[in-house]
Design a protein. Structure first.
Length: 456
């Protein structure tokens, strides 16, 4: 009886874990809001942000190499027109993303991650078998998966049913997922071949019975959407019984996963920097927020041990009984990324309302806007080189919404030109702005348009 009781208890605990542990977070092409999509830097950022899997696209080069890219033409990300299927990989691998990384193959990706067992991937076959009758892409994927022993670390999804049918033959035990954007695509010829269905959020909103129906057929349900960090969309999503979410914002997905599972504290174990202009107090306890009469100093490097969420705000634990608001600590920026901007000011773009945010994330948008025609000092930075956030006394603003002001001497401009391409924002003021009305009766907006130069 005791053995049976223990078995029952163990089974119950396992059941409780799987029903309360949230959902699988999948970084769509890595962490594309922070770094160029489908690069190692983007993938690493997604995993560090809490993603369980990273989703990547695969196409075949002219010489039969599976290339990691969503677009057949690589111009959008490498600024060079190159059709994947029309070029050998030796040519494609010379092309660079804005962060300096090169276009990558699936073998290169697996070689990099083979000794990092906690990194897992969803691979998408970008192929239309009504046009291409060859199964070379699927065969190359299967060959690569076996070579690097990634069978238990990958899932494969596709809009192509023919691709999934063939992969089931090549990798009998693989976890396969059908991608669908229409009910017509779900039928009983494909369902026995797949383990799950990845459904657009629009389809679930229009047909709420779909989740229950697929679960009754013993298929897991993943959801993909153009996730924009909208609390309304996320709250709707996590209250559905979905098994996973594909998102452009893996850190936000992880936040809602924790909320669903009731987790308040989680391990981070990363280095960070406080870029604030003034010292900021350390808290003994984020729940009570008692100050310790100790401070984090400007430019101080920190070891972030844990994240703790309190009332939807995140705090970082940096030592025993030592916490600081996460909004003021950057995990993704270095001094090299912001050196040219640190002592500059910002001003709203002409005829442009600049939203102010409570925190450096899209979901924290307020109804306030940055004062027009007024220079504002930069107090702190957060985000990443590609997605830079700026803190002012009015609140957080996005770097893409403003003009950087103060690049009027050769030294400042040389600093700007020395930035890496990914950190070089083109929205900078090239001429001083006269904050007075001219004798010619021009309006402020007319003066502003005439005197601002914006780098293209």
């Amino acid at each position: 009886m005791k053995i049976k009781s223990r078995f029952f208890l163990a089974a119950l605990l396992i059941l409780i874990f799987f029903t309360s542990s949230g959902f699988t977070v999948i970084g769509h092409r890595g962490d594309p809001s922070k770094y160029p999509e489908e690069t190692i830097q983007s993938d690493n950022s997604a995993f560090k942000s809490g993603a369980d899997y990273v989703e990547l696209d695969l196409q075949l080069s002219k010489d039969g190499v599976p290339v990691i890219t969503h677009d057949d033409d690589l111009f959008r990300l490498t600024h060079t027109h190159a059709i994947v299927s029309q070029n050998n990989f030796d040519s494609l691998r010379q092309l660079q993303y804005d962060n300096g990384e090169h276009v990558m193959s699936l073998p290169q990706l697996f070689k990099y991650y083979k000794n990092k067992p906690n990194t897992k991937f969803i691979l998408e076959t970008k192929i239309d078998h009504s046009v291409d009758s060859s199964y070379e892409l699927e065969e190359k994927i299967a060959e690569c998966v076996k070579k690097y022993h990634m069978e238990n670390r990958i899932m494969i999804h596709s809009f192509s049913n023919a691709s999934l049918f063939h992969l089931r033959k090549l990798l009998p035990n693989a976890y396969l997922i059908q991608l669908v954007g229409s009910l017509k695509r779900i039928n009983f010829s494909i369902l026995p071949q797949v383990n799950a269905v990845n459904v657009s959020s629009d389809l679930i909103q229009d047909h709420p019975f779909l989740i229950h129906w697929l679960h009754r057929l013993h298929k897991q349900v993943y959801v993909w959407a153009e996730m924009d960090e909208s609390p309304k969309l996320w709250n709707w999503l996590i209250n559905k019984n979905v098994d996973g979410v594909v998102t452009n914002f893996p850190a936000t997905g992880f936040k809602y996963k924790l909320a669903k599972s009731g987790t308040k504290k989680y391990e981070i174990n990363q280095d960070g920097i406080y870029f604030g202009k003034k010292k900021t107090p350390i808290l003994m306890n984020p729940y009570v927020r008692v100050k310790r009469h100790r401070y984090v100093q400007p430019e101080q490097h920190l070891k972030v041990m844990y994240g703790v969420r309190v009332d939807d705000k995140l705090y970082y634990q940096i030592a025993e009984k030592s916490f600081i608001s996460a909004e003021f600590v950057s995990l993704d920026l270095t001094n090299d990324d912001i050196s040219a901007y640190k002592d500059k000011q910002v001003i709203a773009k002409p005829n442009h309302k600049v939203p102010i945010y409570r925190l450096p994330e899209n979901s924290a948008k307020t109804d306030r806007t940055l004062a027009a025609n007024k220079l504002t000092k930069i107090e702190n930075f957060n985000g990443s080189p590609k997605n830079l956030w700026i803190y002012t006394k009015q609140g957080w603003i996005k770097a893409e919404d403003i003009l950087f002001y103060g690049f009027f001497d050769s030294n400042s401009f040389d600093q700007y030109k020395s930035l890496k391409k990914i950190s070089r924002y083109s929205n900078i003021a090239l001429l001083p702005y006269p904050l007075v009305q001219s004798n010619k009766g021009q309006t402020l907006l007319e003066i502003q348009k005439a005197t601002y130069g914006i780098i293209k």
